[in-house]
Design a protein around this ligand. Structure first.
Ligand SMILES: Cc1cc2nc3c(=O)[nH]c(=O)nc-3n(C[C@H](O)[C@H](O)[C@H](O)COP(=O)(O)O)c2cc1C
Length: 170
């Protein structure tokens, strides 16, 4: 599968089979994060791989009862280690860097036949408690990782005309 196919076909999976994810596939997904770009190549991130069923259930609860999260055999939690670092453009480095790494993981997972769903609706406080994440570290996102148990959903997207302008803001 090429990158454009992965970009156009990937979808958020909200139902998962209990089938385990092969270790080599998990490694490839994590490698995608490792190889992704970051500001000044700082790589100030940590990815927590959760397989324990009880912990997955707790995370699903912390994500306001999005129970499908715990259906997947793996949940990956993406953390930013230096939340005070800012880009010159005013954006927090860790949010941008960790989000790029998650996007890479999600696309790599799709190529491997695995489903993901970016989870942004969760209580960071709860997630940190469950995973014993130190106070100063931020949890940016999480995603279930597993074999999807649902057909691809249709994509609803704005047209290019709606989101692109040329030469100046319009
Ligand atoms: C920052 C962010 C936060 C999201 N949070 C959630 C979430 O908490 N729960 C969920 O089911 N989907 C979540 N999503 C998935 C979006 O709803 C989904 O990407 C969007 O509807 C487009 O659908 P698609 O991913 O199937 O193309 C999130 C996506 C992003 C990028």
């Amino acid at each position: 599968m090429d990158v454009s196919a992965a970009i156009s076909q990937r979808y958020s999976a909200r139902a998962y089979k209990a089938t385990d994810v092969e270790e080599n596939k998990l490694k490839m997904v994590l490698e995608a994060a490792r190889l992704s770009p970051s500001a000044s190549n700082r790589q100030d991130w940590k990815f927590i791989v959760v397989k324990n069923k009880e912990t997955r259930k707790k995370l699903a609860k912390a994500a306001f009862e999005q129970s499908f999260i715990a259906e997947a055999p793996i949940v990956i939690i993406a953390c930013g280690m230096e939340p005070s670092a800012m880009l010159a453009c005013g954006q927090p480095m860790h949010t941008v860097d960790v989000s790029i790494a998650c996007a890479y993981m999600i696309l790599q997972a799709y190529e491997l036949g695995l489903g993901t769903c970016w989870i942004g609706a969760f209580s960071e406080e709860e997630a940190k408690k469950i995973l014993r994440v130190p106070e100063h570290i931020r949890v940016v996102a999480m995603t279930p990782l597993g074999y999807p148990n649902q057909p691809p959903s249709q994509k609803f997207r704005k047209t290019l005309d709606q989101i692109v302008c040329y030469e100046k803001y319009e």
